[in-house]
Ligand binder design. Structure first.
Ligand SMILES: [Zn+2]
Length: 358
C-alpha cells in the first residue's frame, strides 16, 4: 500500500503533466476559424473560451497567478515536491510547466518582505553613511545586506552559476547545460530558498516569542542551503548521492573564488575613482587575477575528473591543459607573495579556518 503510493509519487515527480487534444470540432469565438485542437491555430485563443460567463469571472481572477499548469501556486507546489525535475523540465524546453521563473522569484521576494515586515515590523536602524561619491552607494548596499543576511545569500546564488556549469557539465541528465540555463536553475533555487526561509520565519515567530530572525542567516548557511542544493541537483542532474555530494561541496570554494575576484576588481575600480592610478591599483588587480586563475585551474581539474578520458586518450593528452594553467597560477601566486599578499589557495584556507599565524 505505502510502497504503491510511493511508486505513484515517484511517477508524478518525474512527469506530472498530461496534455490531451480536445478532439471535438468547434468554431473559434474570436476569429471564426475551425479546429479540433485546444487552441485556435489562427488567432491562438483557447478553445474553451466562449462568451463571458461566471466561469470567465473566476478564470479572470485566477489569471493573476497564471492559469493551468503555468499557475503560480502549482509551480510553488512543484518547487516543494519535485524541484530538480521541475528545473530540468523547464530548461530542457518545457516552458509551459512553470510560472515564468524570474517573475515568480520577484513575487516571492516581495511577498516575503511584506510578510516579515508585517509579522515583525523592522526597527529602522540605519547606520549613518558619511562617505561620498561611488563609495556612498557601495556602503549603503553593504549596510543593508549586513542586516539582511538571507538577501545576501540570495545574491550569492548567482555566484554558483559558473561553478555548477563546470561541475555538472557531463551529468547523465541535463547533459552540457549552458550558462543561460544555469541562470534559470539559480532563479528556481533562489525562489525555493526564499520560500523556505519565509516558512521558517513564520513558524519561528509564532512559536518562539521575541524571535527576530537573528539566526536565520547561520541556519541557512549550515543546514538549509546545502540540503536544498543536494536534493535539487540530485533530481536535476541524475548523479548518485556521492557524485552529487562532492560536486555540490566543491561548488562552495569555487563560488567563493568568484566572489573574491569580483571583490578585488570592485575595489580596484573604487580605488581608480578615488585615487586614480597607483601601485595599490595594480596590486588589487594582480590579486584578482590570481583568484581568477585558481578558479580556472579548479575548473580544468574538475573537467578532467568529469570526462574520464584518460582510458582512451592517454594521461598526457588529458592533463596537458591543467598543467599549463597550474604553471600560470604558480607564476601569478608567486608575484602575489612578492607584493606581500596571500595567494588564492591560502586565502581560501583562511576563509574557512581563520588567518594563519605567521
Ligand atoms: Zn481564432
Amino acid at each position: 500500500m505505502i510502497k504503491e503510493k510511493y511508486h505513484r509519487f515517484r511517477q508524478w515527480q518525474q512527469d506530472p503533466f498530461d496534455y490531451h487534444d480536445s478532439h471535438h470540432h468547434h468554431e473559434c469565438c474570436n476569429c471564426g476559424g475551425e479546429s479540433d485542437n485546444n487552441y485556435c491555430p489562427r488567432c491562438g485563443q483557447k478553445a474553451v473560451h466562449g462568451p463571458i460567463t461566471w466561469k470567465s469571472v473566476w478564470q479572470g481572477i485566477l489569471d493573476v497567478w497564471g492559469v493551468g499548469t503555468r499557475s503560480l501556486p502549482y509551480t510553488l507546489w512543484q518547487l516543494v515536491w519535485r524541484p530538480g525535475y521541475l528545473m530540468r523540465d523547464y530548461i530542457s524546453g518545457k516552458r509551459q510547466v512553470s510560472f515564468p521563473p524570474v517573475k515568480m522569484l520577484l513575487i516571492v521576494c516581495i511577498a516575503s518582505l511584506v510578510i516579515s515586515n508585517w509579522i515583525k515590523p523592522e526597527e529602522v536602524v540605519n547606520p549613518v553613511v558619511t562617505s561620498t561619491g561611488l563609495r556612498y552607494y557601495v556602503d549603503v548596499v553593504n549596510n543593508w545586506l549586513n542586516v539582511h543576511m538571507e538577501w545576501w545569500i540570495l545574491l550569492a546564488f548567482s555566484f554558483l552559476i559558473v561553478p555548477i556549469w563546470s561541475l555538472f557539465r557531463e551529468a547523465p541528465k541535463c547533459y552540457r547545460h549552458t550558462l543561460p540555463q544555469g541562470f534559470f536553475i539559480q532563479v528556481f533555487v533562489g525562489t525555493q530558498f526564499i520560500l523556505l526561509m519565509m516558512l521558517i520565519f513564520i513558524i519561528a515567530s509564532l512559536f518562539l516569542l521575541n524571535y527576530n530572525g537573528e539566526y536565520m542567516g547561520d541556519l541557512a548557511i549550515v543546514l538549509i542551503v546545502p540540503l536544498l542544493l543536494l536534493i535539487d541537483f540530485k533530481q536535476l542532474f541524475g548523479y548518485g548521492w556521492w557524485g552529487t555530494l562532492w560536486r555540490t561541496l566543491m561548488a562552495v570554494p569555487m563560488s567563493l573564488l568568484i566572489l573574491k575576484v569580483l571583490a578585488y576588481f570592485g575595489r580596484a575600480v573604487l580605488y581608480l575613482f578615488e585615487q586614480g592610478m597607483g601601485r595599490q591599483l595594480w596590486k588589487l588587480i594582480l590579486i584578482g587575477v590570481d583568484r581568477a586563475v585558481l578558479l580556472w585551474l579548479l575548473m580544468e581539474i574538475v573537467g578532467v575528473v568529469n570526462r574520464k578520458e584518460w582510458h582512451d586518450k592517454g594521461w598526457w593528452q588529458v592533463v596537458k591543459r591543467p598543467v599549463l594553467v597550474a604553471l600560470v597560477y604558480l607564476v601569478v601566486t608567486v608575484a602575489c607573495y612578492s607584493l606581500g599578499a596571500h595567494g588564492g589557495l591560502m586565502s581560501l584556507y583562511e576563509t574557512y579556518f581563520g588567518p594563519m599565524e605567521s
